[in-house]
Design a protein around this ligand. Structure first.
Ligand SMILES: Cc1ncc(COP(=O)(O)O)c(C=O)c1O
Length: 429
């Protein structure tokens, strides 16, 4: 006999869901970026010409992963490497990550300071869980990737610091010093999603000093920790090299959790290998959280990642290649938008510095970001995400362009369509 499940379920599933789940879960908002991306996919499926600049992901045909990841994953599977890995990751990978941090960043944590998991998100959520109780003060700045969702899940008293394009959308040292008073967690990300900007090392140094001073002033009270989300650290332009706050101010080390992954630097978003690098005395607690979530990375992918990270030459070659591909796209879009600006159209952009993003502005008087977004999509076939999807409420005309899913040949016709659309919109207003 087969039980027809649907016949036994309530008809009003929305109210049934609301009554079954906790208040916290009922209050969760869906990802605005994913909602926009799925409507764009539907348009593409209908055969419309759309340049998809929405998702922070890579199209494998444009950005294949390093071949060593493919070969070693297959080989590990072939050898029968299919059982549980340890909950903080295979020692061979933890050792490889510790070596990478020492070799490339000069940070010697040892493998005791590494927890591996399935992409960056589990250790990201784990960091919130480790250091915050409901009601605790937490801080980040705007625009921000997904921070609001985690603050909601952990029910913290979250404070967003406002930023401006003049500081490349990063906070000033004074803003942070003020905001972290009494806070348990400061969340920072650079290179920054959604803006494609990199924090000035002098500002980062000042922020790291401010954290040290704040924590010294607390005596035995719990410190303010820094979640340093650096998933794009390998994707910076040569003129904007990456710095960890611990490199700049070693005394901040007790408070810093680095969040990292192969997802972006190696275009391997679907392989799900990420990690935290943190003070070794905190490692067992992060390990326990990840273990209970069961959020470890697959064993074959862990073995393949270790082989990649241990091969400095292969890593270097891939890094040069992916940076040149990402830069070619970002630079072409930036130059094209600046040409349109020079021709008098109300558009702007911030020079790309890192990650796979470009901050792009369209300033059409009296139009909301949502109206502009839909004009760009419908008339220019240009799919972008407004900064509102990154917790910024104002209709400031700023959008995120993401270049991981497009080919270079798509850019010139896109810029032509964009110019024509903005010209039309300006003339008709
Ligand atoms: C700033 C930032 N942190 C973390 C992540 C999550 O990375 P993963 O896919 O490895 O979980 C992303 C993904 O877009 C991101 O942009």
């Amino acid at each position: 006999m087969t039980v027809e499940i649907n016949a036994h379920l309530p008809s009003d599933t929305e109210s049934a869901t609301r009554s079954a789940v906790t208040e916290v879960v009922a209050g969760m908002k869906g990802s605005k970026i994913l909602a926009i991306a799925s409507s764009v996919r539907a348009m593409i499926a209908e055969g419309r010409e759309v340049c998809n600049l929405t998702v922070g992901d890579f199209k494998p045909s444009e950005f294949p992963v390093p071949s060593i990841l493919v070969d070693e994953t297959k080989a590990a599977l072939g050898r029968g490497e299919t059982n549980y890995p340890p909950s903080d990751g295979l020692p061979v990978l933890r050792e490889a990550i510790a070596t990478l941090y020492k070799r490339d960043l000069g940070l010697d944590y040892g493998m005791e300071g590494v927890v591996v998991c399935s992409g960056a998100r589990p250790v990201l959520y784990g960091t919130w869980q480790l250091f915050t109780n409901p009601g605790d003060k937490t801080v980040s700045f705007l625009p921000a990737w997904n921070v609001g969702y985690y603050a909601h899940l952990c029910q913290t008293d979250h404070h967003f610091i406002g930023t401006t394009p003049e500081t490349n959308f990063f906070p000033t040292v004074d803003q942070v010093r003020e905001a972290i008073r009494g806070a348990r967690l400061l969340v920072m990300n650079s290179p920054l999603n959604p803006t494609g900007t990199v924090i000035d090392p002098e500002v980062l140094k000042g922020i790291a000093h401010a954290i040290v001073e704040e924590n010294r002033s607390r005596g035995d009270a719990p410190p303010c920790m820094l979640m340093w989300d650096a998933v794009y650290w390998q994707l910076t332009k040569d003129e904007y090299p990456y710095h960890s706050p611990v490199q700049l101010v070693p005394e901040v080390a007790p408070y810093v959790v680095h969040i990292d992954a192969i997802s972006k630097g190696f275009a391997a978003t679907g392989l799900r290998v990420g990690w935290a690098v943190l003070p070794p005395y905190l490692q067992p607690k992060m390990k326990a959280l990840i273990g209970h979530m069961g959020a470890w990375a697959g064993r074959p992918e862990q073995i393949a990642t270790a082989a990649l990270l241990n091969n400095a030459e292969a890593m270097g070659e891939y890094n040069q290649w992916i940076k040149s591909e990402v830069d070619a796209r970002l630079d072409a879009l930036y130059a094209g938008i600046m040409d349109l600006k020079e021709s008098g159209l109300p558009v702007d952009a911030i020079e790309p510095q890192g990650a796979i993003y470009l901050s792009f502005r369209v300033n059409l008087e009296g139009q909301s970001n949502e109206q502009i977004r839909s004009t760009l999509l419908e008339e220019a076939g240009m799919a972008v995400v407004p900064f509102q999807a990154f917790d910024l409420d104002e209709d400031s005309g700023w959008f995120r362009i993401s270049v991981g899913a497009i080919g270079t040949a798509e850019i010139p016709p896109l810029l032509n369509r964009l110019g024509a659309t903005i010209r039309r919109a300006t003339e008709s207003s």
